[in-house]
Design a protein around this ligand. Sequence first.
Ligand SMILES: NC(=O)c1ccc[n+]([C@@H]2O[C@H](COP(=O)([O-])OP(=O)(O)OC[C@H]3O[C@@H](n4cnc5c(N)ncnc54)[C@H](OP(=O)(O)O)[C@@H]3O)[C@@H](O)[C@H]2O)c1
Length: 296
Amino acid sequence: MRILVTGGTGVLGRPAVPRLVEAGHEVRAISRSPRSGRAVDWRVADLASGRGVREALEGVEAVVHLATLAHRGRRTASVDVEGTRLLLDAAHDAGVGHLLFLSIVGVEHAPVGYFGHKLRAEQLVKEGGVDWTILRATPFHQWLDQWLARLPVHPVDRTVPWQPVDARDVSGHLVTLLSQGPSKTVEEYGGPQVIATDELVARWRRARDRRPPALMVRWPGRVAAAQRAGLLNAGPSAPKGRITWAEYLRPAGRAVPAAEEEPDIAGEYGGPDVEPRGRKDRVYGQDEGYQPPTQV
Ligand SMILES: NC(=O)c1ccc[n+]([C@@H]2O[C@H](COP(=O)([O-])OP(=O)(O)OC[C@H]3O[C@@H](n4cnc5c(N)ncnc54)[C@H](OP(=O)(O)O)[C@@H]3O)[C@@H](O)[C@H]2O)c1
């Protein structure tokens, strides 16, 4: 099948594009910058301005829509919402038979900021006149890794659970969904384990041997509240990836210090075992608890 991939240079796109090629598809991909490669037909196109989008869709049977510009306010809307609208119009005119859209598990429980943009884009996909599948995933290992590496301070809310998933597993699932054709349903996909923030952060600190200052805090905002309630994790019957956070951080064959098996973030930080009462919690981050993986 001839497929157009948007966002093929991103965290998910990087493993997804070779998977699609391996599966026997003829892959065309767009980026705002010129690129070349033997196995992929790279085209320059921009979803915010529309430049190159219609040309890139000529002769395409299916679109895998991964492009995003997370956490940039109006610029996010111009790519994630208006860009999706523009892509859908062009895909409809080009006779595309299936648009597979990547979203995030639980966006409807905290439709603010980036999550709000994702929810609006989902709605456009459902109404866009092109047969569709929406795949909602939990946060990627690769994104969490970049996020923790970038933070000068690690804010740790041990009441918040994560179900991180590996972008390579998501790529494999995406290829399967594409082969099944448009389902006109919203599917979920999560990581193999649910782990609390303290364990997640402690594992990263040990694996990367980096220990910026850490604070035990209570994350504010609607996204954190939804995540605390477990609403950003995939449902129990959703398919799951195989690679755990520990395996992602510790590729096979690498020696592991014994202490890595039982991380104790409070002990490591010299922090409290329980959240302190009667003290104003330190405030962290935006309303969203989800930071952009790329700088643009
Ligand atoms: N990261 C996560 O943890 C996570 C979790 C669940 C779901 N998701 C979803 O998965 C999808 C992929 O996320 P990701 O983390 O791989 O994103 P990412 O690493 O931030 O990559 C963003 C991609 O979007 C492209 N892009 C940005 N602006 C564009 C524009 N104006 N026109 C065309 N392309 C543009 C970029 O391409 P160029 O820079 O080459 O132009 C890049 O390939 C998104 O829908 C995201 O919401 C992500």
